[in-house]
Every structure is written in structure tokens, then in C-alpha cells.
Design a protein around this ligand. Structure first.
Ligand SMILES: [Zn+2]
Length: 111
């Protein structure tokens, strides 16, 4: 398994050691931003698809379809990006920042 055992250098216990969540939070924010950008791209694709589907009913259907398609694309892109960003952030936390905190003695240390 890839799970490392995190041991506090102060009290030599692993029971209360947790990863500091800085990277994960940053990752979520970054992911949300990337997701919004991806959603914008998705919105264009969604609008095209929606317009094509909506154009079964000429004019009105095309407009409504384009709006609906771009909304779905933007929302999907945002949440996908945020989820991916959270994963990336957790990865950064574990393997790049590697900052841990011990809830027993309050020590903050790097792996
Ligand atoms: Zn400790």
C-alpha cells in the first residue's frame, strides 16, 4: 500500500497525526477556477449541441437549446474541475508539501 505511516517526532505516536489540509483547500479553489474555465469551453460545446437538439423547433427551440446547453456545460465543467482540483490538492499535500500536525502535542512537522 502507498499509505505512509506518519509518526510525530515529538511524542513518537502516529495515532493523532493528520495531514495539514492547506494544499487540499488551495487545490479545490484552483480546481474550481480551472473547472469554470473548462465549463466555459463546455458551455460553447453545450450551446452548439443544445442548439442542434433545440432546432427541432425552429428559432425558439434553437435559442432555448443553446441557453440550456451552455448552462449544463458550465455547471458540469465547474464541478468536475473542483473535484479534480481537490484530488490534485490532496496529492500536493501528501507528496509535495507533506506538512503534518499532531493533535496530541500540537507539533507541526514535515515528512
Ligand atoms: Zn505529537
Amino acid at each position: 500500500m502507498s499509505e505512509e505511516t506518519l509518526v510525530c517526532p515529538n511524542c513518537e505516536s502516529s495515532a493523532h497525526v493528520v495531514l495539514a489540509n492547506t494544499g487540499q483547500k488551495v487545490g479545490t479553489a484552483v480546481g474550481g477556477t480551472i473547472g469554470a474555465a473548462a465549463g466555459y469551453t463546455g458551455a460553447s460545446a453545450g450551446a452548439a449541441a443544445g442548439a442542434a437538439i433545440g432546432s427541432v423547433v425552429p428559432v425558439v427551440g434553437t435559442v432555448v437549446g443553446a441557453i440550456g446547453g451552455s448552462l449544463v456545460g458550465a455547471i458540469t465543467g465547474f464541478f468536475t474541475g473542483a473535484a479534480v482540483g481537490n484530488q490534485v490538492g490532496e496529492h500536493v499535500d501528501r507528496h509535495v508539501i507533506c506538512e503534518c500536525r499532531c493533535n496530541r502535542c500540537g507539533a507541526v512537522f514535515e515528512i
